[in-house]
Design a protein around this ligand. Structure first.
Ligand SMILES: CC(C)(COP(=O)(O)OP(=O)(O)OC[C@H]1O[C@@H](n2cnc3c(N)ncnc32)[C@H](O)[C@@H]1OP(=O)(O)O)[C@@H](O)C(=O)NCCC(=O)NCCS
Length: 282
């Protein structure tokens, strides 16, 4: 059956499909699943429900026998398009559903579109065939050695409600699109915000780096050090692109281990030098 619009009632099943697809991908890649706590489930559903509300024209599902078998979602912010989700239940993969879902979601794509891709070969093939250029990235992770942390100045705790306007402006200066539509969703989550006044921000989720943006490399470095310092015993920094030597440098100074990660895919949206994106919101 062809994709149909994702409706609010589909949210729990779409979340189940997302979990099943990611769990299967982790098994294929030899990686372990994160723990599916009630909070993780709740946040996953909140993300899908939020994007269904803000971007219903970009939200699609496939269905078989009354059950959701696949799901795709994108967001459009001030002319920027970002793919937030593309998942097909493992028992229904390889039948063309992923292509149909991506094509449906791409109907809202703009001339500034981009995707953060997993390492799934089927996804990478589809994105390249749809006109995206593929840029591999690094991940840095490992135990945090507190003796290596420098004293960082000028980074202060932020508040999504109070500092929303400033955050919006910094994000816009990085990716060419603000985040006003997503502020409330962010504020409701278990997120911590830190700011370099007027120059940059970092968002941590349960202590893990979830989003970083800055107008200059100096601020980006300080914010990345803050994220590493705020992490628990181990830190992880994702989406380090080849042109982000500032970030690679900080991670190696912190003695995190560098390895290959997933792929940034661009179709018109330019790569952003002092920005580590958010997997759900771009
Ligand atoms: C990526 C995913 C959505 C694709 O869904 P799907 O229904 O299996 O995909 P399709 O059957 O439409 O196939 C997509 C393309 O990949 C190709 N493909 C399928 N398996 C492949 C493999 N192992 N290696 C390379 N290409 C493959 C298909 O031939 C097809 O290309 P074509 O249309 O040019 O022939 C699905 O595999 C999935 O949910 N993966 C786990 C979650 C994930 O990584 N999502 C991507 C988020 S960025």
């Amino acid at each position: 059956m062809s994709p149909r619009p994702l409706l609010p009632a589909d949210v729990p099943q779409a979340r189940d499909v997302q979990w099943a697809a990611m769990s299967d991908l982790n098994a294929r890649m030899g990686e372990t699943d994160p723990e599916l706590t009630p909070l993780v489930r709740e946040r996953g559903e909140a993300r899908i429900a939020h994007l269904q509300r803000t971007d219903p024209a970009s939200a699609w599902v496939t269905e078989w026998d009354g059950r959701v078998t696949g799901c795709s979602m994108a967001l459009v912010r001030e002319g920027m398009w970002f793919l937030s989700l593309l998942m097909v239940d493992p028992t229904h993969q390889g039948k063309g559903l992923g292509k149909e879902l991506l094509d449906a979601t791409l109907m809202t794509a703009t001339d500034r579109s981009w995707i953060l891709a997993t390492a799934d070969p089927a996804a990478l093939r589809r994105y390249q065939r749809a006109g995206f250029s593929l840029h591999p990235s690094f991940v840095a992770k490992g135990p945090v050695d507190r003796a290596l942390l420098p004293k960082v100045e000028g980074v202060c705790p932020g508040d999504f409600a109070r500092d929303g306007e400033q955050l919006d402006e910094i994000v816009r200066s990085c990716r060419g699109a603000g985040l006003t539509q997503d502020l409330e969703f962010l504020a409701e989550g278990p997120m911590q915000l830190h700011l370099v006044d007027g120059e940059g921000f970092v968002v941590l989720r349960d202590g893990m780096l979830a989003w970083l943006g800055a107008t200059n490399e100096g601020a980006a470095r300080r914010l990345l050090w803050t994220a590493i310092a705020e992490a628990g015993e181990t830190a992880e920094v994702d989406w380090l692109a080849a042109d982000q030597q500032w970030g690679i440098d900080v991670c190696l100074e912190a003695h995190l281990a560098l390895g290959w990660d997933a792929t940034l895919c661009f179709r018109g949206q330019p790569p952003i030098p002092t920005y580590l994106p958010n997997g759900a919101l771009g």
